[in-house]
Design a binder for this molecule. Structure first.
Ligand code: AMP
Length: 480
């Protein structure tokens, strides 16, 4: 029996990755890894735990990956080593599973530099027992492998069997149940594939004589590429010396995660043809229609709620002030391992400007309330700094259901909206008032039919089977 965990040096870990992908297939002579670095730098918001790049010159695949931010992970020497006109890269998002070097991607099958196939994954497979079973039946030991690694080995198995990367991905595709955008690279090809629900975004662009694939369009802009279109749910794109080929592997059932619009994507990206900035500003306009506060100063919680605050303040003719300064170099407080540290994280990250707040009716706009930690800390902080009234407005409805498709939101019991009513949450965070954008208002702001979105975090409506986890989900509150 071949022990796959031995081969790749992996240990036991928790699954749950939600990350950034970037890949380039360029003309011979292009230093693809250097451009991939800039793509990953632009996608830093999608993952801050680790980063990795694999590059191929058509003969050898070389990989460098490590824990840390994009700017910390790579040295000049790494780029000298990462030779070639083809490259895929990955930023990994922190999860509650702790940090370990072996979480880093692209997934490689060997240490050293003679890989036949490397893989980068954005998303999560809530059920993957079938993959372990399949590999075990073939004589592999799979203990401790996560979903991305299992996918890698299944594709590798078919690659060895068929000798063709696209055949391998095609064979493996029906076995993957969950959310996945994959970039898979062999020595001379890059395959990009998206699950048939398209839960996570993936965009295709043109770059010189070659192509670029990216989780978000903003990174295509950074490398001076031209965004062509979204890769379709269920579509496989093959880029090789013969050019670009597309094949639909499954019927598309589009369900882009609504939380990409709310929080996750950068405002300068396009999702389903919508500029995220415009959608978020619309959320502010909808909020102003639903809950027009009289007077006060509007302050966004930087950065993701800035467009909503602009829409809100502009519509109501209220002053907008950047009364909270964010330390942009602190990782997301959201993922801190315990509640005490998480609480401190908010203070390290956000600092109020006293003169903007003192004696004022302060209207704080945040994009979402998940555990309630940020809002509670903020209210106390603003009161300490002399705010007369603190009103909290969330530009999305209460997050009531955990995500199993790659945004590592906490278990349901930790989601404040799952077990407290709005008035109880208001009391808990100590605000003068609390208002959430309605679900209807959110859909209106996005302007895409509800049926084309995965709305699970707000509605509990999971488009992809989440298996035994479904039994644990409680549907105690009405969707607002
Ligand atoms: P909480 O403090 O747990 O209520 O989280 C809410 C804050 O976390 C808001 O300021 C959001 O901008 C941010 N947030 C929401 N979702 C995520 C996520 N998946 N990862 C990191 N931060 C998030």
């Amino acid at each position: 029996m071949i022990d796959l965990t031995e081969v790749s040096g992996l240990s036991d870990r928790k699954i749950g990755e939600k990350c950034g992908l970037f890949g380039i297939y360029g003309r011979k002579g292009l230093q693809a890894a250097r451009l991939t670095y800039f793509g990953l730098y632009t996608l830093q918001h999608r993952g801050q735990e680790s980063s990795g790049i694999s590059a191929s010159d058509g003969k050898n695949i070389r990989t460098h990956k490590a824990l840390g931010l994009v700017t910390q992970v790579y040295s000049e020497q790494n780029f000298k080593d990462l030779k070639g006109h083809m490259s895929i890269g990955h930023n990994r998002y922190s999860t509650s599973g702790g940090t370990h070097d072996s979480h880093s991607q692209p997934v490689t099958s060997r240490r050293g530099n003679d890989d036949m196939l490397v893989l980068a994954h954005n998303g999560n497979l809530p059920m993957h027992d079938n993959l372990s079973k399949f590999l075990q039946e073939k004589g592999f030991y799979t203990g401790g492998l996560n979903d991305s690694e299992l996918m890698h080995y299944v594709i590798r198995y078919f690659f060895v069997k068929t000798g063709s990367l696209e055949e391998a991905v095609k064979e493996a595709f029906p076995m993957f149940v969950g959310a996945f955008c994959l970039l898979v690279m062999s020595k001379d090809k890059i395959v990009a594939v998206r699950d048939s629900f398209g839960i996570r975004p993936l965009a295709l662009g043109k770059l010189g004589g070659g192509y670029v694939v990216s989780s978000e369009t903003c990174a295509i802009d950074t490398v001076d590429g031209r965004f062509i279109r979204d890769i379709k749910p269920g579509e496989m794109i093959v880029i090789s010396p013969k050019g670009l080929k597309s094949q639909q592997l499954a019927k598309p059932i589009p369900k882009l995660d609504i939380f990409e619009f709310v929080y996750f994507a950068r405002p300068d990206s396009f999702l389903l043809g919508k500029r995220v900035y415009d959608v978020r500003r619309n959320m502010g306009i909808e909020l102003a229609n639903e809950n027009p506060i009289k007077g006060g100063v509007v302050i966004p919680v930087p950065d993701s709620s800035i467009p909503a605050a602009i829409g809100y303040a502009y519509t109501l003719g209220l002053p907008l002030e950047f009364g909270l300064t964010k330390n942009r170099y602190i990782g997301r407080t959201f993922i801190m391992p315990d509640q005490h540290l998480r609480g401190m994280g908010v203070e390290m990250k956000l600092n109020p400007i006293k003169e903007v707040i003192k004696g004022k009716k302060v209207v704080i706009i945040d994009d979402s309330i998940v555990r309630g930690t940020t809002s509670k800390k903020l209210v106390a902080m603003l009161r300490r700094n002399g705010a007369k009234e603190v009103h909290i407005i969330s530009s999305s409805p209460p997050v009531r259901f955990p995500d199993f498709y790659g945004i590592d939101t906490p278990s349901q019991k930790d989601l404040i909206g799952s077990h407290k009513s709005v008035s109880e949450i208001k009391k808990f965070i100590g605000a003068n008032s609390l208002y959430y954008l309605s679900y209807k208002g959110l859909l209106k702001a996005i302007g895409i039919p509800e049926a084309d979105l995965c709305t699970a975090c707000f509605t509990g409506d999971y488009p992809i089977d989440i298996g035994r986890r479904k039994k644990k989900i409680k549907y105690s509150y009405q969707v607002l």
